[in-house]
Design a protein around this ligand. Structure first.
Ligand code: ADP
Ligand code: ZN
Length: 615
């Protein structure tokens, strides 16, 4: 057995490398530079942790890990300490005395892995220190932070190219979950990784089930989803994140969910720092918390057992959607990505682009990104194929997204599209104004609303022409016409719809329009019959196994409490579930279970056997 595999087994308790991990470890341990592109939850950490340990054994000093996220650093250090690796961090939260103690330990060769914030790393004092200890490697985590175009840009990251000049013989490994080619090139360029080997993993997250539903009454739909798929018999829920666009909506949604008996907490950048931190800690440490948040929440949360991510508002891009949904199911167990989406979202996003103070080039780029996301929302074929295709990866229909599980029906909507477009045209002709979908639908359905009568729109030739379709059906038509570019949102900020270049061909009958059929969301459709089993680690457990699992969880909670770490740092659900199922009755049996390394076996082994055996 190779030494790297031995370490994987002994220290981390895993029987095999995942995907390219083994190759990456060997390459870095042998002193090569590398750039690792792997999705969230793919297992990036081991790619530098094991080489750092290997190089320690070969006589080098500690591995230095550059990370922009203090909370994440602390979690990593806690998790490494639990498996017996000597890890520490240096960041602004330490007192001077603590920092000095860590520096001393580094100098004395008592540290295997040191996590540092980039601004700390770049101080002349620190650079001198690490020069004197022959460090083993540099790992640059969240390497996309060097990209000025991305929203995680950190100016200090730019300076990291200095490492190459100052420490030419120290291998560097840059890691990111941001997949696009532009960011990749920028990382190579800015970090001077020209000779690095690039490891690109598949970005698929097979355990995540993607679903995008038509927004009807978003809150009620959300609650149905949580109740049907993420609520336990004792009424507690799974851990989940709900993304909303505005701070206000975050607060309102959290309040409302609380009123419905869900343990929901708000999180956004406008809250007081202490409260925000407290909520984040609760989410990490306690079970069953649903975080309602803006996108300010998420970077730096590596909680592995988030069972669902829900979007109540449309993200800005496919990248954003993928990053946010990627926070579900890092532990590889079934998880849900659920989004409710409607015409209002399209209007709102277009409006935000229009009203931003970005220049035209930037606005066009944002518009293009939104279009790609709308294409995903309206897709009639596999969502995963589309998602991965967006990142340049070919794949086959997945069988684990809504369009695969329940293929939507398409219909020839050419005539209805013509009605809608000519309604836009005629209403404008008659009054000199453009109107939003609500008013246009009133005209088409022949409803004599006050506003309509005031404007005399009951006299338009399109009045009542589309009475055969319900209001929701028309909304779905308008939404898709906007999504596909046959209609655009006016720049007036009121969501008025206007014709586009592409409208003409439809109006002239030169272009057929095929749309997704509107499906009325009903409770039964959203319940388990639609989605198969719940994302539940206890699925299929017999009552005896389940009782063991409950005892193990209680034991884990008390360990976590006494060590002051989140429960998942002690053992993941998957590991506990394996123990409960396998009923090990010896240390030897226990050591075969994935996720139990030598140190945890030694520390917890006999207690675990007691807990398992206490029937
Ligand atoms: P990333 O940083 O890429 O998001 P992590 O390094 O946090 O991912 O790993 C995600 C999860 O997968 C962790 O819980 C980790 O313990 C687990 N993991 C990583 N590599 C393996 C492996 N070879 N076998 C089993 N589990 C693994
Ligand atoms: Zn699919």
């Amino acid at each position: 057995m190779s030494r790297s595999l031995e370490i994987l087994k002994e220290v981390f308790g895993y029987p095999a490398f995942r995907g390219q991990q083994g190759d990456i470890v060997d390459h870095v341990a042998a002193g090569g530079d590398s750039l690792v592109l792997m999705p969230t939850g793919g297992g990036k950490s081991l790619c530098y942790q094991i080489p750092a340990l290997l190089r320690r054994e070969a006589g080098f000093g500690a591995g230095i890990v550059v990370s922009p996220l203090i909370a994440l650093m602390q979690d990593q250090v806690a998790a490494l300490s639990e498996v017996g690796v000597r890890a520490a961090c240096l960041n602004s939260t330490l007192t001077g005395a603590e920092a000095s103690a860590t520096e001393r330990a580094l100098r004395n060769g008592e540290i295997d892995l040191l996590y540092v914030a980039p601004e700390r790393l770049m101080t002349p004092r620190f650079l001198e220190l690490i020069e004197s200890v022959r460090i083993g490697l540099f790992a640059i985590d969240e390497a996309h932070c060097v990209s000025q175009w991305g929203h995680d840009f950190r100016p200090e990251y730019i300076q990291l190219s200095v490492l190459h000049e100052r420490f030419p013989s120290v291998p560097r490994i840059a890691l990111t979950a941001t997949a696009d080619a532009i960011t990749r090139d920028e990382i190579v360029h800015r970090l001077a990784l020209d000779n690095a080997r690039i490891f690109v993993s598949s970005f698929d997250r097979p355990n995540i089930r993607y679903r995008i539903v038509e927004k009807d009454n978003a809150r009620a739909q959300l609650l149905d989803f949580i109740r049907a798929e993420h609520t336990n018999p004792d009424k507690t829920t799974d851990a989940g994140v709900i993304y909303c666009l505005s701070r206000r909506k975050v607060e309102e949604t959290a309040d409302w969910l609380k009123g419905q008996g869900v343990r929901a907490l708000p999180y956004h950048a406008g809250m007081e720092y202490e409260t925000r931190q407290r909520h984040q800690e609760m989410f990490k440490r306690e079970e069953g918390i649903v975080m309602c948040a803006t996108i300010a929440f998420g970077m730096g949360i590596d909680k592995p057992d988030v069972r669902f991510v829900a979007h109540l508002d449309l993200p800005k891009s496919v990248e954003g959607y993928y990053q946010e949904t990627g926070r579900a199911g890092r532990d590889g167990m079934p998880a849900n990505a659920w989004m409710a989406y409607g015409l209002g979202d399209v209007v709102q996003q277009r409006k935000m682009i229009d009203e931003s103070d970005a220049d035209d080039t930037h606005k066009r780029m944002q518009g293009g990104k939104l279009d790609a996301l709308l294409g995903l929302c309206e897709a009639a074929s596999c969502r995963r194929v589309r998602l991965l295709g967006y990142f340049g990866e070919a794949s086959q229909p997945c069988g684990n997204c809504d369009t695969c599980l329940e293929p939507p029906e398409s219909w020839d909507a050419t005539r209805e599209a013509q009605m809608a477009l000519s309604c836009v045209y005629r209403a404008f002709k008659a009054s000199g104004f453009h109107f939003g979908a609500g008013h246009l639908i009133d005209i088409l359905r022949g409803s004599r609303s006050e506003k309509l009568l005031q404007r005399g729109h009951e006299k338009l030739s399109t009045f009542g022409l589309g009475a055969a379709l319900s209001e929701q059906e028309w909304r779905a038509v308008f939404r898709q016409l906007v999504a596909f570019g046959y209609l655009a949102v006016d720049h007036d900020g009121f969501g008025a719809l206007i014709l586009t270049e592409a409208s003409k061909a439809v109006l002239k009958g030169e272009q057929a329009v095929t749309l997704r059929k509107y499906v009325k969301p009903t409770r039964t459709r959203q319940s388990s019959s639609r989605t198969g089993e719940r994302a539940d680690p206890t699925a299929g457990m017999s009552p005896r196994v389940k009782a063991r699992w409950e005892r193990l969880r209680a034991w884990r909670a008390s360990m976590a409490k006494s060590d002051g770490v989140p429960a998942y740092v002690i053992f993941h659900d998957a590991t506990l579930a394996e123990i409960a199922r396998n009923e090990p009755d010896s240390i030897e049996d226990l050591s075969q279970i994935p996720g139990i390394g030598a140190r945890k076996l030694e520390r917890f082994g006999s207690e675990l056997l007691e807990v398992v055996g206490a029937n």
